[in-house]
Design a protein around this ligand. Structure first.
Ligand code: FCB
Length: 464
């Protein structure tokens, strides 16, 4: 192997990730209930370009074909989510047809030798769960739903995650009004955070009680917040952002109390929240880390978790949505998490690079050098963290396929595989071929990455 070959430990889990709402389509098929996202995508003005996920990439009907593509790529594992409203059409009822769909998908994966890695909640709340996460009952209903799935597939599925990115659900949904339910209310934010933690913990508790063979974890979006220019006020502010965004989920995940700033910010009474701390103490088998970019904090007087100055630094490379590209931030983050929180195992459950359809020709979308470069340089840092001792066991690029990107609609494409939204044809991009080889060789040659990724460069002031 050449000197610059980056190789990974034996049995490293090479995966790829998607989520139900973003790829399945047919949201109301076969007895599914409506979800908050179904309603949100049908509310004028919420989604760019008026896009919906009614068809998405039609994975609900094309899943067999999609598993064949995964096999061709050589995936060891596939991370996907189950749609809660497909399984539980109303509280206390189970929709057999919903279970059948996922049973068939799981069987297909297992016969292809691909390990399912299931996320129970990737953002679709059934509309019957009134109030959603602001209501404590939602956490209890979530536990009931989790138990249905553990019972149905508990012993066949090696990896389970309770939730995907609860920080985005609570922040975007209850402080920024960007996601459903579209509120801006600190008390409701506090309640949502707490009930998400509760739902997660109760599901883990059920999993342990049922004595299942697989492993269970939690997937968090973790943004390292750095000060923009190193002044002390910004440093303090960055810490507060970290606490509100990451700390409120990381702390409970290792049995620690909420960061004090959570109560300072929301004005909530700590005693009301402490009562559940004993329940929160549910050791995890792994922490799933979704990481795309660092965020640069700049002090503003009335701190709102999402309305900070998250702009990149002048001259930094970014992706096409303006998120800074900074591979070393992944290394720093993994080292920090490992030292600070000591989860038994860390899995990178998402990491990826978008291109905007509106910026490119089809040929450019398929010749995605920037994505290959992004993955190569991020994986290099992941491997460096493993060498430094971080118990990192897997890596799941986001995403396997181009898909519906929430409020951004269909314009951003994150896939290794291109999807033509008219014909639904799937085509390997350059990055998919590259990744196929990475999996086969359990590593890659750093010297062979594209020399010129052409990342967009961020400028504080547009160049005249
Ligand atoms: C993450 C989400 C995922 C996708 C990527 C781009 O926050 O978990 O569904 O939208 O961002």
């Amino acid at each position: 192997m050449p000197d610059h070959f980056i190789s990974f430990p034996k049995n490293f889990i090479w995966g790829s990730a998607t989520s139900a709402f973003q790829i399945e389509g047919s949201p109301l098929a076969d007895g599914a209930a409506k979800s908050n996202w179904y309603e949100w995508t049908h509310t004028p003005g919420r989604i760019k370009n008026g896009d919906t996920a009614d068809v998405a990439i039609d994975h609900y009907r094309l899943y067999k074909n999609d598993v064949a593509i995964m096999k061709q790529m050589g995936l060891k594992s596939y991370r996907f989510s189950i749609s809660w409203p497909r399984i539980i059409p109303e509280r206390g009822k189970v929709n057999q047809k919903g279970l059948d769909f996922y049973r068939s998908l799981i069987q297909e994966l297992l016969s292809a030798g691909i390990m399912p890695n299931i996320t129970l909640f990737h953002w679709e709340v059934p509309v019957w769960a009134e109030g959603g996460w602001e209501n404590r009952e939602t956490a209890l209903a979530f536990q009931e739903y989790a138990e249905v799935l553990f019972k149905a597939f508990g012993n066949e599925v090696p990896f389970w995650a309770t939730m995907n990115e609860p920080s985005i659900v609570s922040g975007h949904g209850f402080l920024q009004a960007y996601f459903p339910p579209g509120k801006k209310d600190k008390t409701l934010f506090a309640k949502a955070v707490h009930h998400l933690n509760l739902g997660h913990a109760l599901a883990v508790q059920s999993f342990r009680k049922m004595n299942l063979k697989g492993q269970i974890g939690l997937v968090l979006a973790i943004f390292p917040f750095k000060s923009r220019d190193g002044n002390p006020e910004d440093e303090k502010y960055a810490q507060k952002m970290f606490d509100l965004h990451n700390g409120v989920f990381l702390n409970p995940s290792v049995g620690r109390p909420y960061p004090p700033f959570f109560f300072e910010f929301t004005g909530e009474n700590q005693a009301d929240y402490e009562k559940d701390y004993s329940l929160f103490n549910q050791p995890l088998d792994f922490l799933g880390v979704n990481h795309y970019n660092p965020s640069f904090a700049k002090y503003v007087k009335d701190l709102n978790i999402w309305e900070n100055d998250g702009k990149p630094i002048d001259g930094m490379p970014t992706n096409e949505l303006g998120w800074p590209v900074s591979p070393t931030a992944l290394y720093d983050l993994l080292m920090f998490l490992w030292k600070e929180y000591r989860h038994k195992q860390i899995i990178i459950t998402e990491n990826g690079y978008p291109q905007l359809t509106s910026n490119h020709t089809l040929e450019e979308l398929l010749e995605d050098d920037a994505r290959v470069h992004y993955y190569g340089t991020y994986m290099e840092q992941a491997q460096k963290a493993i060498r430094a001792g971080v118990p990192l066991t897997g890596y799941y690029p986001w995403s396997l396929f181009d898909n519906f990107e929430w409020c951004e609609g269909n314009n951003p494409r994150f896939g290794l595989i291109h999807v033509d939204y008219k014909t639904l044809k799937r085509t390997f991009k350059k990055s998919a071929h590259w990744y196929q080889k990475v999996i086969a060789q359990n590593g890659f040659d750093l010297g062979l990455l594209p020399k010129n990724p052409n990342y967009p460069i961020y400028h504080d002031k547009p160049k005249a």
